[in-house]
Design a binder for this molecule. Structure first.
Ligand code: BDR
Ligand code: CA
Length: 319
């Protein structure tokens, strides 16, 4: 049976690849996409999600969510993803509109519809997910699991201590980790190693195709941003979560207790991962610790290339 997933995201260049991979995967039934303000504002992330589904040829429902965090001031990552969130790369205009319902109601309704089956793939700040779980507590036991890109056992990327998705809404992240819903956490410890060098990007470009080509143009922008931080390879954070859903052998996880610092002077937004069990509290997450980067890139390439297979759907609105 296909895994039923809902993608909560802030596209975002790496989100864009993750969405296109998920929509291409025969193993996954994407029941909806919810958008949140994160890398860029929610107007742009919603438009981008609709444009990506249009490119994929899939009229998957998209529900717009929160633009700002529950408590802290908003943070954006336009320096990495560009002002429009996709590095200025043009995509087809959205062929349909977003849902009437806001993201948190959409999450509640899909959790009720697919009771015990729905897996949330959360690859942006966790505001929408936290709102759904707190406003509709019955939703907690209806969700099978939350698989999130966020946090780290070690250091941060948005601050020395904190990863972007968690520090962008630490109160929401804390609520999600305390919710009792089973969690898989893909932090920087593994996603920073889901790497693509300039040479790797050229190899991907040489494969080409109607989804891969715009993805490579987006990754040009993304790699330039990484280079401006002194790094020689880009990190495909969000796609790793989707790849793991399709092939769980790609990432090794371990059960740990994870809490989120919400008011540290230097550490706000840091995930505190109890690797040595010193708190004596039971684990609340499976945390990614190792990955097979080579097989991950091979899977990403295969999925994005599949848009060019004979019989694959073309973009919406171009029959
Ligand atoms: C995360 O932050 C965002 O910029 C990316 O899309 C990813 O979800 C990496 O820290
Ligand atoms: Ca993201």
């Amino acid at each position: 049976m296909k895994r039923r997933i809902l993608i909560d995201c802030d596209p975002g260049i790496d989100d864009a690849l993750a969405i296109l991979m998920a929509l291409a995967a025969p193993e996954l039934d994407v029941v909806g996409v919810t958008t949140v303000g994160g890398n860029v504002g929610v107007d742009a992330t919603t438009r981008n999600a609709l444009a990506l589904a249009t490119l994929a040829g899939r009229r998957v429902p998209v529900a717009r969510g929160a633009d700002t965090a529950l408590v802290v001031d908003k943070k954006r990552a336009e320096s990495v993803h560009g002002a429009d969130g996709l590095g200025g790369v043009p995509l087809p205009a959205p062929a349909y509109a977003a849902e009437e319902a806001p993201a948190w109601e959409f999450i509640r309704d899909r959790a009720a519809e697919f009771r015990g089956e729905l897996e949330i793939v959360a690859i942006g700040p966790l505001t929408n997910v936290a709102l759904a779980l707190s406003a509709y507590p019955e939703t907690r036991e209806r969700i099978k699991a939350i698989h999130l890109m966020g946090g780290s056992i070690g250091f941060g990327n948005a601050t020395p201590a904190a990863e972007f998705n968690i520090v962008a809404d630490p109160h929401a992240a804390a609520a999600v980790f305390q919710s009792g819903v089973p969690i898989t956490m893909f932090g920087l410890d593994v996603t920073n190693r889901a790497n693509l060098s300039a040479e790797g990007l050229e190899e991907l470009r040489a494969v080409g195709g109607r989804a891969l080509s715009p993805c490579c143009s987006m990754l040009d922008h993304y790699l330039a941003a990484y280079r401006s931080f002194g790094r020689d390879a880009l990190a495909l954070h969000d796609p790793l979560v989707v790849a793991w859903l399709i092939d769980p052998s790609l990432v090794e996880t371990r059960p740990y207790r994870v809490d989120v610092e919400t008011d540290g002077r230097y550490t706000s937004g840091k995930t505190i991962v109890d690797v040595h069990g010193v708190s004596k509290r039971p684990p609340n997450a499976e945390v990614g610790v190792e990955l097979d980067a080579e097989r991950f890139i091979a899977l990403l390439t295969r999925l994005l290339r599949s848009y060019d297979e004979p019989g694959a759907a073309g973009p919406l609105g171009t029959d």
